[in-house]
Design a protein around this ligand. Structure first.
Ligand SMILES: Nc1ncnc2c1ncn2[C@@H]1O[C@H](COP(=O)(O)OP(=O)(O)OP(=O)(O)O)[C@@H](O)[C@H]1O
Ligand SMILES: [Mg+2]
Length: 509
């Protein structure tokens, strides 16, 4: 392990990818015990810059100085040697191994003998920072939030004193996010340095000391957090004022398009993740599902999409029972689906943007006629989608996996909303989107609503839910606690229901 990082500087960093100037003469600085936030729209170059610091990419120009000395970081293991740890935007854990095995993976000379000692150290770390995690659980059994904790433990285990977190709270519940913010504060008070990438301005304001804003690969501002405000940061990022998008106009839902009747389903851990869920979504309505993630949200979305079997109960989609239908039959029956895991379930990363944009319709007109792909139609469709959804990409042929996190999501959103489904299930659709794109997505959901689509919106963001939904159902331990009209839903009542407290919420209502 190298000496402790007292001062870090990245100077004049430039990085080019085919067709994109991802970082252009970027300077950042960080002292020990400081929290630096890096802000910027989707595709601004945040992850690229951090991947350079973590040794995943080499810059085309510029240098990295640690404690005043120029260093070359050729690989993540060299970064770790220097005390730099990183928690990625998309986790890099092995699902078939346990937590403990994942933590020591790549470190250990005698894997099986080291497991015991490792388990002990992991426990010390998790106790110190209050990170609840079971070292013996398999990673595939863990929720996204838990997987992230494993990533953090992994970095701490390796002795990181500069921790890079790339959108750590995008995947966390509000409670978990608060805990993480607290954890980051503790860590910085104990003399660690932290670089935090986030689209959530309230978090940036709460935890950072300084903010560097990137726009199109360049630093456009570098401010002390104390001397700025959320409004100013938003303006710096997008170059205009932002206003939240709210539902308006009469609420006149039509016939039911999606119904769940007493649905039960098992979760990955073998217990009932859904225990008697009944819901009805009508044309032209947005029904929100509030709740702390891990209370059946994932399974709810999956049973509707046919990706998970129900053990009891019935699902009716667009007038037909869909309970036993295959996923592709369910798509034909009119379901749009924005999955929680957009990278693995939502897209095929090696496929081009245009292929992913027509993934579900490539076999039918207008994209295929007489068994021939209609190139011109496809390309003009794709380029208009790229334009409308602001997908930042050098070409339509670019593999989707090369895009920035937020831009991959835009590809899924563009495809699913444009298909004009009868019912749309959207699981955490704004996770990872920048504030401009979030606003755009909300307007698209509301547009879907006025076009008579029935939308099921799963979210942890209460403000998002109360801004766009007509009714909000609270999911707790696989059951619907209550369904409330949005007019009656305030954060307190929702919070109580989300914690499984029904009586008091009713009294309050
Ligand atoms: N390996 C790569 N190959 C080609 N292009 C890349 C690669 N990595 C990043 N890029 C491009 O560099 C640009 C910046 O991407 P980056 O992932 O750094 O953005 P970001 O600021 O992290 O965005 P987001 O908020 O969406 O995560 C994007 O246009 C992206 O497509
Ligand atoms: Mg990123």
């Amino acid at each position: 392990m190298g000496e402790k990082i007292e001062h870090l500087e990245m100077r004049g960093i430039t990085k080019r990818f085919p067709g994109v100037l991802s970082n252009n003469k970027v300077n950042i600085q960080l002292k020990t015990g400081e929290v630096l936030a890096i802000l910027g729209e989707n595709g601004a170059g945040k992850t690229t810059l951090m991947n350079i610091l973590y040794g995943l990419y080499q810059p085309d120009a510029g240098k990295i100085l640690l404690n005043g000395k120029s260093v070359r970081i050729n690989s993540p293991s060299e970064a770790i040697e220097l005390g730099i740890g990183m928690v990625h935007q998309h986790f890099m854990l092995v699902p078939t191994l346990t937590v403990c095995e994942n933590v020591i993976l790549g470190l250990s000379k005698n894997f099986f003998m080291d497991l015991k000692t490792a388990a002990k150290r992991i426990k010390e770390i998790t106790d110190t920072y209050g990170l609840a995690i079971n070292p013996d659980a398999y990673v595939w059994q863990l929720s996204v939030g838990e997987q992230q904790r494993v990533e953090i433990v992994k970095a701490l285990y390796r002795g990181a004193n500069l921790l890079i977190l790339d959108e750590p709270t995008a995947v966390l519940t509000p409670q978990e996010a608060n805990d993480l913010i607290q954890l980051l504060k503790n860590m910085s008070e104990k003399g660690n340095s932290i670089i935090l990438i986030s689209h959530k301005l309230n978090e940036v304001m709460a935890v950072s000391d300084r903010v560097t804003v990137l726009r199109d690969g360049e630093v456009c501002a570098d401010v002390n957090t104390r001397e700025t405000s959320q409004e100013e940061l938003a303006r710096l990022m997008v170059g205009r004022d932002m206003a939240p998008c709210r539902r308006e106009g009469a609420f006149s839902p039509g016939k039911p398009v999606l119904e769940l009747q007493d649905v039960f389903a098992r979760g990955d851990k073998g217990t009932d993740a859904l225990a008697g869920v009944s819901l009805r979504i009508r044309e032209g309505e947005i029904l929100g599902i509030a709740g702390v993630s891990g209370n059946g949200q994932k399974e709810l979305a999956e049973v509707i999409a046919g990706l998970r079997k129900t053990s009891r109960g019935k699902i009716v989609l667009n007038g037909k029972e869909s309970t036993q239908m295959s996923p592709s039959r369910i798509i034909e029956q009119g379901l749009g689906y924005i999955p929680e895991d957009r990278i693995h379930v939502g897209t095929i990363p090696s496929f081009s943007i245009w292929e992913n944009l027509i993934l579900k319709d490539h076999h039918q007109p207008p994209f295929t006629k007489h068994f021939l792909l209609q190139n011109r139609t496809i390309m003009s469709h794709s380029s208009s989608q790229v334009e409308k959804y602001g997908i930042k990409t050098p070409t339509l042929e670019t593999p989707t996996g090369r895009l920035s996190g937020g831009n991959i999501q835009r590809v899924v959103l563009a495809r699913e909303i444009t298909r004009k489904p009868v019912a749309l299930v959207a699981a955490y659709p704004t996770r990872g989107l920048d504030i401009g794109a979030t606003e755009y997505l909300h307007s698209k959901l509301l547009e879907a609503r006025s076009n008579g689509i029935g939308v099921l919106l799963i979210s942890e963001d209460l403000e998002e839910l109360t801004n766009v939904c007509d009714r909000i159902a609270v999911l707790y331990e696989g059951r619907i606690m209550k369904v409330i009209p949005v007019e009656e839903a305030d954060e307190r009542i929702l919070g109580l229901l989300m914690a499984g407290i029904a009586e008091e919420a009713q009294v309050q209502a």
